[in-house]
Design a protein around this ligand. Structure first.
Ligand SMILES: Nc1ncnc2c1ncn2[C@@H]1O[C@H](COP(=O)(O)OP(=O)(O)OP(=O)(O)O)[C@@H](O)[C@H]1O
Length: 456
């Protein structure tokens, strides 16, 4: 059973992840069995197991389910290698460079980069207000013209598209100039490479390789924080490339100045170019991304039909990150194609109950009061207290309105948190803001902004 299923699944995965990813990551895996909805897979090394878990688990699950296996989780174990091959310690910090990872390296040696995801292109990147600047900067770098800002530092929360943009830059640069030596890798891999070079006494090779690239892209640089010798080496690599006017692109989960345990000199180097952040997504961007992902899912699952209100519902309710949004949609498509049914709102609420629950951001009335007070520059004690001045009464009503719309508190409960006011007073405040927001564009903007701040 496993062999037959795995054969089909592998074929499917080859199409989904692309030939090079397939050879590097999927081909070495073996399906060893199923137990209680869990598919057990064997990988030859820890590194491959971890990488597959982090990057391809969703696709493998999807393909397994599409092939008829009912699984909801993968269990990737490291299995002893084929007899005769060189033993490798399970915790080896130095995995072999994945073959497909090498990005064009016309000057001879292979570059030890990470695989590029075929789906992470500019064409597949949906641009909206929150990511417009990051996208424009990435595009500029990808044009490969004279280096204008160096480094380009992209940062943002989990799953907001940093890796996607970096891969897109690499694809574009390679397409425009196949001769360019473009190296993309994660900071973790940079460290592995460095440790391997130290262990094998090949540090000079390491240095000359990294200094020979035209463009260096390092993802998730926060990983090297606190790792002293890796930071030191990174600093020298960085300087050498900047001195040669070679483009560097870095990403992290936060701004350079906020990365704990990162050396000051590195922080200031990272700040010396253009620092751009990817803001949390807004409703329109989420909707745009969902629309685009519907097309991608149709390519995998066939022409599943989807009720018109489902995407709006998802864009409203799943505000955490794009990865979760994608996962939700994929689950819906998988189920709908298995059952041969349309994706309806009811089905969505049922199927995604867990995701919807966990992405409910629990905003408290107190948080709302604090943010509103800050925004309108009034004292929190005044916002809650009895003063009737208009400059305080209006922000208070705004806070009441948001408390009613963003929490599950009842009017009397909200009243208690507003200095023991009666529920009719709260209702009056809520209605007043509802009425005003239709005519007052400033108020409407304030409400949107506050909502966004509170949701992020
Ligand atoms: N604007 C966008 N358009 C299309 N897809 C997007 C967009 N933003 C994010 N995604 C998708 O969301 C997923 C997560 O994005 P990505 O891996 O680039 O996030 P990240 O910021 O690098 O996250 P992490 O902090 O976890 O490394 C990817 O599948 C990516 O294609």
């Amino acid at each position: 059973m496993t062999n037959g299923v795995w054969g089909d699944v592998r074929k499917k995965l080859r199409d989904v992840v692309g030939e090079s990813n397939f050879i590097t990551w999927i081909a070495p895996l073996e399906l060893t069995g199923f137990r209680g909805g869990v598919a057990q897979l064997a990988a030859p090394t820890n590194f491959i197991a971890n990488w597959v878990n982090r990057n391809f688990a969703d696709q493998i699950l999807r393909a397994l389910n599409a092939a008829g296996a009912e699984v909801h989780r993968l269990d990737l174990a490291v299995q002893v290698r084929v007899p005769g091959t060189r033993p490798e310690a399970e915790d080896s910090p130095a995995p072999a460079a994945p073959r497909a990872a090498a990005v064009a390296a016309p000057q001879g040696e292979e570059l030890p980069g990470a695989p590029l995801d075929a789906r992470y292109t500019f064409d597949n990147f949906v641009v909206g207000k929150p990511n417009a600047l990051a996208h424009a900067a990435a595009r500029r770098v990808a044009e490969g013209a004279a280096v204008t800002f160096n480094p380009l530092f992209l940062y943002g929360g989990v799953g907001l598209g940093k890796t996607h943009l970096m891969h897109a830059i690499a694809w574009e640069l390679q397409a425009r100039n196949p001769e360019a030596r473009v190296l993309y890798l994660s900071a973790e891999q940079f460290m592995y490479r460095f440790v391997q070079a130290l262990r094998e006494k090949q540090i000079m090779d390491f240095k000359s390789l990294f200094r020979s690239v035209d463009i260096l892209m390092v993802d998730d640089v926060q990983f090297i924080a606190g790792k002293d010798s890796t930071q030191e080496e990174f600093f020298h690599t960085f300087n050498a490339l900047i001195d040669q006017n070679k483009q560097i692109v870095i990403s992290a989960d936060r701004a350079p100045g906020e990365i704990k345990d990162l050396e000051e000199r590195i922080k200031s180097r990272l700040q010396s170019g253009l620092v751009v952040d990817l803001h949390p997504t807004d409703y329109e961007l989420r909707l745009g991304i969902l629309q685009q992902k519907v097309d991608q899912n149709r390519a995998n699952y066939g022409n599943v039909s989807i009720a018109p209100d489902v995407l709006e519902f998802l864009a409203h309710r799943i505000t955490t990150n794009v990865r979760v949004l994608e996962g939700a949609l994929t689950r819906l498509f998988a189920l709908a194609s298995l059952l041969g049914r349309e994706i309806t709102l009811d089905m969505t609420q049922d199927t995604l109950a867990d995701i919807l629950r966990s992405s409910e951001r629990k905003v408290t009335v107190e948080e709302i009061q604090r943010k509103v007070a800050e925004h309108y520059n009034v004292r929190l004690s005044d916002l809650i207290g009895p003063k009737r001045l208009r400059t305080i009464a209006r922000p208070r009503q705004v806070a009441m309105y948001l408390a009613k719309h963003m929490t599950t508190r009842s009017l009397p409960e909200i009243g208690r948190r507003f200095g023991g006011r009666d529920h009719t007073t709260i209702l009056h405040g809520v209605r007043k803001v509802e009425e005003l927001r239709a005519q007052d564009s400033q108020l409407s903007e304030d409400l949107d902004l506050l909502r966004r701040l509170l949701e992020s």
